[in-house]
Design a protein. Structure first.
Length: 447
């Protein structure tokens, strides 16, 4: 199949070379893993000749003092916790959670600056924030009132604290791979926000990010039908690395790391509640909230799904493959120069950092365009937008498209592109792309 763009003839072979080129470029500079890279020691303030002196102070003075205060605070909290359980004093329980959150934060030598007002609203609502570490929950819960939260099930000390302690204030654990767990959690969240208990705090990214980027917000928090209170958290990365890389560090290791730093500095921005507009989809609403958080905290907004950080379930991999096919069909094969309608959806999701993206500007300066019209960043965003659209649809699986002869079967749209450049029904025999409903494998993305 041949097509023309800007008076240049293109074939499938040209497109194949472009795909190979993009793959090679990803090996050199991965657009995805940048969101999960720990901070480089070079990015922190150098200690020069005072490094040994500061090392001794941090590990042999500050750390023992902070650990001792943490242990004493834990013992006092246990007393309050047991008292509240025995005598069923909810007020004491809530005060105990607030106190223990402050104990955690103070044991890190934290200096937290709060911007805006944190209000406890008298109507159903949820708080959502960008996610860097378990530290986020403690920082937010140590100010004015504590929160209940939703978290994936963990083992070790973190799992023990969550199951035994946080469970008592309405916090919820779930297994992301279990569909029944996700449905149960949605019901629990809806019931929780109707009651006047600890306000629910959700981290819609669903995974820890390095506090330089924000990744795709999962839709669960935005499907509850209540106003969303955005919270933006920005850490001072020149003093320490707040990012919790669970692959390398356990909860206890990260806890001790934070205690042994010089200090922790963070800015927290409490933003005005936001509600879903009538003509707005759930994903558009979540993207609008994410952009607001990214803008206020000075974070770079990307469209990547953070769930790909770990081993994604097969369904998500298949959806991403299909997104590449749909992007190719819609924006390369079927696209026309005067087809401005095709890019309206793209503009809604255009990455907030794209105007300042070095690679994007460099591609334009050097005229590096894929398929004759897209920079690397532009086409990658198009693919990710298609991924979002497919993931939000009720369809769970798509069979592969099949290329044959001079036409391409695009069953999603019901049309085909021929050499003449016109769309028409194809009469030749080709394998159909079938939309298959498979509710048992549907992933809703709770957090």
């Amino acid at each position: 199949m041949k097509r023309r763009y800007n008076n240049v003839e293109k074939t499938f072979l040209h497109d194949a070379v472009d795909y190979i080129s993009m793959g090679s470029r990803s090996l050199k500079r991965d657009e995805f893993t940048r969101s999960f890279e720990p901070i480089s020691p070079c990015d922190m303030k150098p200690s020069d000749v005072f490094y040994i002196f500061i090392f001794i102070i941090r590990y042999y003075l500050l750390f023992p003092i902070r650990l001792t205060l943490f242990i004493l605070g834990t013992l006092l909290f246990i007393f309050l916790f047991l008292f509240a359980l025995i005598f069923k004093e909810e007020g004491v329980m809530e005060s105990g959670f607030l106190f223990y959150s402050k104990v955690f934060v103070k044991s890190f030598g934290a200096k937290v600056t709060h911007h805006g007002n944190k209000n406890r609203l008298d109507y159903p609502h949820v708080f959502v924030a960008n996610h860097t570490s378990f530290l986020d929950f403690l920082v937010l819960s140590s100010h004015k009132f504590c929160h209940a939260c939703v978290s994936e099930s963990h083992g070790g000390l973190f799992g023990f604290l969550f199951k035994v302690i946080l469970f008592k204030n309405g916090s919820v654990l779930f297994k992301r791979s279990e569909k029944q767990d996700r449905e149960k959690v949605l019901k629990i969240m809806k019931n929780h926000i109707k009651r006047n208990k600890a306000p629910l705090l959700i981290f819609p990214e669903g995974t820890c990010v390095n506090n330089k980027y924000t990744v795709l917000f999962q839709k669960g928090a935005f499907e509850l039908g209540v106003p969303v209170c955005p919270v933006a958290i920005k850490y001072n990365r020149s003093l320490m690395d707040p990012y919790w890389n669970r692959r390398k560090h356990s909860f206890t290791e990260h806890l001790f790391y934070l205690m042994s730093r010089w200090r922790l500095e963070a800015d927290v921005y409490w933003l005005e509640p936001m509600s879903k507009l009538e003509d707005e989809s759930v994903h558009e609403f979540s993207e609008r909230v994410k952009r607001k958080i990214s803008e206020v905290a000075g974070l770079e907004s990307v469209i990547w799904n953070g769930y790909f950080k770990n081993s994604p379930i097969m369904k998500d991999r298949e959806i991403l493959r299909e997104a590449y096919r749909q992007a190719y069909l819609k924006y390369v094969v079927h696209w026309k120069n005067d087809d401005s309608e095709s890019f309206k959806y793209l503009e809604k999701y255009k990455s907030a950092d794209e105007k300042n993206d070095y690679d994007h500007d460099l591609d334009k300066q050097q005229n590096i365009l894929y398929f004759g019209k897209f920079t690397y960043k532009e086409y990658l965003n198009i693919v990710l937008i298609e991924y979002i659209k497919l993931k939000s649809s009720k369809t769970d699986h798509f069979e592969s498209m099949v290329l044959k002869g001079d036409c391409v079967r695009d069953k999603w749209w019901g049309y085909e592109y021929r050499n003449s450049g016109n769309f028409s029904k194809c009469k030749c025999y080709m394998k159909k792309m079938i939309r298959v409903e498979n509710n048992s494998s549907k992933s809703s993305g709770i957090i």
